[in-house]
Design a protein around this ligand. Structure first.
Ligand code: AMP
Ligand code: MG
Length: 405
């Protein structure tokens, strides 16, 4: 039984990121991983502009301005955002300017509206102003041709805003991994099938499909494969030749119907991991083929999801070309209930984490606690972790928690 941390390291060190790239437009870039650092021809801000509604002025004109002795300037034009100033400022002149308005030539400061009083085409300024005050200098946020976004990051709304603002129209991203998923078990039926005695719905496939898609990968659901070595073998052979990762659930323990590990070997795979000191999820198989990685997850619904979150999600991220934030996020939380473990395996207890008055609280899920109980997994968002050797954590003690939302 490999310790969890060792299994994580082995998996992440083994996975080689995919290298195929494709260009996409801004509309299609959400969730993708940048394959090349992005630069822009533009400066940001594009020109010197005003950060305030107020007056553009020359700071030297205002050095003596105070509430008792305001300086009066002549207003020569109005510069709303989007308009080019027409006149350079001369001594004694100001331009009415609005947030985003371009700074006129000759001006070196902005006086905010609140420190002024307008009177016809004149304005009284009640405070001195420093050079550069409330001016957003051209290129002060970004200078053209400098690195704008690095390769290997996942694109979401803030990066899309950057790419849009900087007119990056064609963006090179990695092609997403193709992830095949199948379930093995004679007892399994599809969600819409009529249940016979002893049968069980293949819930893993539906959940894993969504989890794979949420990682930005392409999910290829292959359905249910009966526990028959020939069927499993041909399904795996086909899957490894047409995908970058194959995930199966079930059939990886030591039961009489658990064939997967042998079949992987027969097909030329190398078993890198066949059991991990984790509960739930011990019988986890990780195997490598020349062009494919194989994860054989346990069939129990909770075990399948916990091992996906803990090991498969980071693997998909690495394969996708993502360079940072591969592993889950862990935080410290105060458990609201006592937590127990057998102590022999790193134990993951599902529940809910909430931030209360600046501190995280963990509430272990109610109901029966079993890796076969998927019912009380609903509406959980975190896993409390009891390390090997820790059998008990009392209520109000601090526990390490992995976020799963
Ligand atoms: P196995 O890992 O095949 O020994 O399965 C362990 C337990 O998980 C058994 O009770 C199975 O019925 C159940 N199980 C296996 N596969 C699935 C699945 N795809 N969806 C839901 N439960 C499953
Ligand atoms: Mg089975």
């Amino acid at each position: 039984m490999l310790p969890v941390k060792d299994a994580e390291n082995l998996i992440l060190n083994t996975i080689e990121p995919l290298t195929e790239t494709e260009p996409v437009t801004l509309d299609a870039v959400a969730g993708r991983i940048l394959a090349q650092a992005v630069t822009s021809e533009l400066d940001y801000p594009h020109e010197d502009n005003s950060a305030m509604d107020g007056y553009a002025a020359r700071s030297r004109d205002l050095s003596s301005a105070s509430p008792d002795q305001p300086v009066t300037l002549e207003i020569i034009e109005e510069i709303p955002a989007g308009v080019s100033p027409r006149h350079p400022l001369q001594t004694g002149q100001a331009a009415r300017i609005f947030t985003g308005g371009i700074l006129p030539l000759g001006a070196d400061t902005i006086v905010m509206q609140e420190d002024t009083q307008k009177d016809g085409n004149q304005v009284k300024i009640f405070s001195a102003a420093t050079v550069g005050q409330f001016i957003r200098k051209q290129g002060s946020f970004y200078q053209s041709k400098q690195p704008l976004l690095p390769s290997g990051i996942k694109i979401s709304a803030p990066e899309i805003a950057v790419l849009a603002a900087m007119q990056c129209r064609e963006i090179s991203v990695y092609c997403p991994p193709r992830v095949s998923i199948f379930s093995s078990g004679n007892e399994l039926v599809n969600p819409e099938d009529k249940l016979q005695r002893g049968q069980l719905v293949d819930s893993n496939q539906s959940a894993l499909k969504e989890l794979v898609k949420a990682q930005g990968a392409v999910a290829i659901p292959l359905g249910i494969i009966k526990d028959e070595p020939d069927l499993i073998k041909s399904a795996i052979a086909q899957a490894i030749s047409s995908s970058d990762i194959v995930i199966s659930t079930g059939g990886v323990s030591v039961g009489d119907y658990d064939y997967i590990e042998n079949i992987l070997t027969e097909l030329g795979g190398t078993i890198q991991i066949n059991s991990v000191a984790i509960k739930p999820g011990k019988p986890l198989t990780f195997a490598t083929f020349p062009n494919c990685y194989y994860f054989g997850l346990p069939g129990n619904p909770v075990s399948a999801l916990v091992t996906f979150w803990r090991f498969v999600a980071p693997a998909i991220k690495k394969l996708s070309g993502q360079k940072s934030n591969l592993t889950p996020t862990f935080v410290k939380a105060k458990t609201q209930q006592e937590l127990r473990s057998g102590g022999k395996r790193e134990t993951y207890l599902w529940g809910k984490i909430e931030a209360i008055a600046g501190e995280y609280e963990f509430h272990v899920a109610g109901g029966s606690y079993s890796s076969g109980n998927l019912i009380n997994l609903a509406q959980t968002n975190a896993l409390a972790i009891l390390p090997i050797g820790t059998k008990f954590i009392s209520a109000q003690e601090t526990v390490e928690v992995m976020l799963i939302s």
